[in-house]
Design a protein around this ligand. Structure first.
Ligand code: 2HG
Ligand code: ZN
Length: 470
């Protein structure tokens, strides 16, 4: 702790846990993107809101940048600290503070894992419906910072819908108590929603009041094999008309190939080009609504094969085929696109996107999957083992510029649920127009005039060209 600024931090915030150990700087200085070399000044672990306020006041006085840090499972570099920042880890703030049965709310500290929230809700006979594969390690603070979505958005919406209130510590050290868990509150700007998806650029979320709901009905899970991409949206329409869908997820044979290589079990004897995992309310695996939906799709020639889980264990096995994709691709350092269009625009967008990527990536393996029922597609381009990473990223960045223009024409977004962070800031202008970005800049400057909070993420304070429309 030789740095005098850290000595002053130590004096200003008695009892604050701090580390400058090399392995901690490495661990806490990065997220699931592996593109930047972590180089933070130190990592602080406040244990209370008062300590977070004091750290931010210190940062303002010293002019030290702060990177708020949750589970660091992000895929856009939003939690990367590569420039001498102080990482502010919420890891020690992971208490479930209160449950209210009348309001159906759970008050938690920001460092609580998503899975802990789900379990706490269940222990009260209720349900917290935001869900995705990194549930065990991602935190509520990080979920709020990116407005995380996941596999049940189709039925329940994104994190935003479930945040009834939050406490935000500003860089001045003030604690803003936003919306107080109210259902109705027509009293001016809803700063809670401004904080959601702000990627730690407006303040540090320390506490959230989360809404819970009744547990879902009994469900059935089905895996369908599709003969072509063209029928995907037709199958979605047909299932949505006939079943109460809880989830509708898609992946390709390439995705399945990697998941199987990673240890999962093959679902069918034959290989098919496209697959869908669907979960829906059902009275058992022989529910007539289910047979009706399946027969309809089969008659139209839209499904080549299908299986319905006969037990929870089998359903978990089918889900694994979808949920393990990210992990099974991680070793190939994939370049990730996480794009969205309105569901109605999906067929036209998909046709053009497929043609574009086939033409631009003739020599790379491209893995498609995602939350097609929400209009959200994940495209992972795998790095050839013998290719230099910078070269690979530059090539994929150039293709992403074309994809961003295509998204712009279809009224879509360059980030559906992973945030902008460092990875996508060059493409922000394809989703937000110049006037809107100017307002975003003004909001950020109003809350953080000195640019202390997560600088370089979302957009650069001093570089108006970095987010121009590609
Ligand atoms: C998912 O849907 C996550 O599994 C990760 O959003 C997507 O790895 C990805 O590209
Ligand atoms: Zn996703």
């Amino acid at each position: 702790m030789n740095d005098p600024r850290l000595q002053r931090l130590h004096d200003a915030v008695p009892g604050l846990a701090l580390t400058t150990e090399a392995h901690d700087l490495l661990h806490y200085g990065r997220d699931w993107t592996r593109r930047w070399t972590p180089a933070p000044l130190a990592v602080a672990f406040p244990a209370s809101t008062a300590q977070v306020s004091a750290v931010l006041r210190w940062a303002g006085v010293e002019g030290v940048a702060v990177v708020p840090s949750g589970g660091r499972t992000g895929l856009s570099g939003g939690a990367v600290a590569a420039n001498g920042e102080l990482v502010l880890s919420l890891e020690r703030m992971r208490r479930v503070l209160a449950f209210d049965a009348v309001d159906r709310t759970l008050v938690v500290e920001a460092g609580v894992a998503l899975e802990t929230v789900q379990e706490a809700a269940r222990s009260h006979g209720l349900y917290y419906p935001v869900d995705f594969a990194s549930r065990g390690s991602c935190t509520i603070g990080g979920n709020i910072a990116t407005n995380a979505g996941g596999i049940r958005v189709l039925r329940y919406g994104n994190t935003r819908e479930w945040v009834g209130g939050l406490k935000l510590v500003t860089v001045a050290g003030d604690v803003l108590d936003l919306n107080r868990g109210l259902v109705k509150n027509s009293s001016g700007y809803d700063l809670r929603h401004l904080a959601i998806a702000s990627e730690g650029t407006l303040g540090v979320v320390v506490e959230a009041t989360l809404r819970l709901t009744a547990p879902p009905p009994p469900t059935a899970t089905m895996l369908l094999a599709l003969p072509s991409f063209a029928v995907l949206m037709q199958v979605f329409q047909a299932l949505r008309e006939r079943l109460a869908l809880e989830a509708f997820e898609f992946f390709t044979d390439r995705a399945l190939h990697h998941v199987l290589a990673h240890g999962a079990q093959a679902p069918f004897a034959d290989v098919h080009p496209y697959y869908v995992v669907a979960e829906f309310a059902a009275d058992g695996a022989d529910d007539p609504r289910l047979l009706d939906a399946f027969s309809h799709c089969a008659e139209q020639g839209w499904v080549a094969d299908g299986v319905i889980a006969g037990s929870d264990a089998q359903a978990a096995q089918l889900w694994r085929l979808r949920e393990d994709i990210t992990e099974s691709l991680a070793a190939s350092l994939p370049y990730k696109n996480d794009v969205a269009v309105r569901v109605s625009a999906m067929p036209a967008f998909l046709a053009e996107a497929q043609a574009l990527l086939a033409a631009e990536y003739p020599d790379f393996e491209v893995v498609w999957f995602g939350h097609i029922g929400d209009g959200n597609l994940h495209i992972n381009v795998l790095k050839p083992a013998d290719m230099d990473q910078d070269q690979f990223v530059a090539r994929c960045g150039a293709v992403t510029a074309h994809l961003a223009s295509l998204l712009n024409r279809h009224g879509g977004s360059i980030s559906a649920e992973h945030g902008i962070g460092l990875v996508k800031k060059a493409f922000l202008g394809s989703t937000r127009d110049a006037a809107e970005i100017a307002v975003m800049r003004a909001v950020r400057a109003a809350l953080d005039p000195a640019g202390i909070l997560n600088p370089g993420k979302l957009f650069d304070a001093d570089s108006p060209t970095s987010d121009s429309t590609p």
